[in-house]
Design a protein around this ligand. Sequence first.
Ligand SMILES: [Zn+2]
Length: 152
Amino acid sequence: MTTYLPCYCASCGHASLVDEQSDPVCAFCEAAASIIPGAVYGDDDWLAFAEIDRAVARAALHGVQASALADELQELMLAEVEPRAIAEHMLRRLPALLGARLALMSLASRGLNILTTALSARARDLALIPGEYPTNLLGPSSYLPGKYAGAN
Ligand SMILES: [Zn+2]
């Protein structure tokens, strides 16, 4: 099975997967891309990865906001909150993710890992979208029951 690495394109702001044997090139615009270290993906992950990245891209997040959401997601995963509850939480936080709901809900922690990657990729585009971030794109952050309640 081919191994793929996630990469980030500074030209168009998309995350995509590249064959680890070849030079990282953006799947969207073919510009040179940068590998995001960490996770490794396989043939089965392509579709979910594309779906989740598309949804994150559609949200047009400012880098700071993407970075905050990625941190929040990491925190929930480290706290071992049930993956489906985390997915529901993220869907409320970022309603644009509804387009990738199936991938997020059915792949459990794998989908969440992909989401982390896509958000981390967006977090690198601080310079791409200057100016104020419209805060009304995000839903409430503190509705999760149990361990995470009151953590923020
Ligand atoms: Zn690109």
